[in-house]
Design a protein around this ligand. Structure first.
Ligand code: PEP
Ligand code: MN
Length: 356
């Protein structure tokens, strides 16, 4: 695909030992909260301030963002503290208002990125403007949809682009608020190597304690920057309170990050090995899920007096998976061997259930 990309040209942190960092509250709430948070962040060397002005909320009735009223507060952050400002836009009216108010960087949120009509509306409103735009992954793990959104914005003439990896929604909420599924941004990097990737550990983790390990993992994978939610009084935040940290804690987290040499190129052996570790982990997680379903099937077979091995079904699985493997450039024999081994373990687990 032909993308016309220019360097983002955004400031990193002062001493350059840190990656590009965007920090600020989930939402702009009051002028006081915006200015005091920005002041504290500026003192830690942060150069780019985020704050949501319009907030997409899951249910009506919550705080849906302060709206236009907050835009002059961002202007003050820019003019008085010298920080660049960033906010989320989801429609043409947002784009126009934000640009008119002098917001420096715009981002498109995960819910909007899942809707091509909305992305196109934003793209049309951006025509003729030169502003950096950050594109979050869509809420669902659909790489093509993400790339489609990138193409729409780029075709509108926006060349300073980066993506934000913020994880993917799931029905079951476990450790993470949004599953990282690192292989998705890794594949995006393979497909469009020139596109900077910024990780959003706040929205992936959904909890303060997860910000540091997720940020470290993003750095180990060679990502280019971080966007982290920070609030002067996180527990009192009007949105996403559990995942925000004070500027002090943010400073501590950033200080502890290990930025490895050569992480900027995906060719470095260490980066590639980290990618393999992550992918192996994903394989193990998937196998665990598959075995869980197998055991449920085992229960069903037991209740209905069925035999564990249903030969017809097994043969069908092997043939289908083998053919899929060949389509993906693997040998039929290899894929069959893998699925034979998986099937063997499933049978073993089901037999265990039969004997319980
Ligand atoms: C946000 O950054 O506050 C936000 C709403 O993020 P996302 O679109 O990733 O949910
Ligand atoms: Mn948020």
């Amino acid at each position: 695909m032909d993308l016309n990309l220019q360097p983002l040209a955004l400031p990193g942190i002062d001493d350059m030992k840190r990656p590009l960092v965007i920090a600020g509250p989930c939402s702009a709430e009051t002028e006081e909260q915006v200015i005091s948070t920005a002041r504290l962040l500026a003192a830690c060397g942060i150069r780019i301030f985020r704050a949501g002005i319009w907030k997409p909320r899951t249910k009506p009735g919550g705080f849906e963002g302060i709206g236009k009223e907050g835009l002059p507060w961002l202007r003050r952050v820019h003019d008085e503290l010298g920080l660049l400002t960033a906010t989320e836009v989801a429609n043409a009216a947002h784009v126009e208002a934000a640009l008119e108010a002098g917001v420096d960087i715009l981002w498109i949120g995960a819910r909007t990125m899942a809707n091509p009509f909305a992305v196109q509306e934003v793209a049309d409103a951006l025509k003729g403007h030169d502003v950096p735009v950050l594109l979050k992954n869509p809420v669902n793990p659909d790489l093509e949809l993400w790339i489609g959104g990138i193409e729409r914005i780029n075709q509108a003439g926006i060349t300073r682009l980066a993506v934000i990896h913020r994880g993917f929604s799931t029905y079951e909420q476990r450790l993470y608020r949004n599953l990282p599924m690192w292989h998705v941004p890794i594949e995006l990097r393979r497909r469009i190597p020139a596109l900077p990737i910024i990780c959003d550990p706040s929205h992936i983790g959904g909890r303060r304690e997860l910000i540091a390990p997720l940020a470290q993992q993003a750095m180990d994978l060679g990502f280019d920057g971080l966007i982290i939610e920070s609030h002067c009084n996180p527990d009192a935040a009007w949105s996403d309170a559990k995942q925000q940290v004070t500027p002090d804690v943010l400073d501590f987290i950033l200080d502890k990050l290990v930025i490895r040499d050569g992480v900027q190129t995906s060719e470095s052996l260490e980066t590639l090995r980290k990618q393999i570790d992550t992918l192996d982990n994903d394989i193990l997680e998937l196998l665990t899920k598959r075995m869980r379903v197998s055991r449920e099937i085992g229960q069903y077979k037991k209740q209905h007096n069925m035999t564990v091995v249903q030969t017809h079904r097994y043969g069908e699985i092997l043939t289908k998976r083998g053919a899929q493997g060949v389509l993906n450039g693997m040998s039929d024999e290899f894929v069959r061997r893998v699925f034979e081994a998986i099937h063997e373990e499933s049978v073993r687990q089901q037999v265990e259930i039969m004997n319980q």
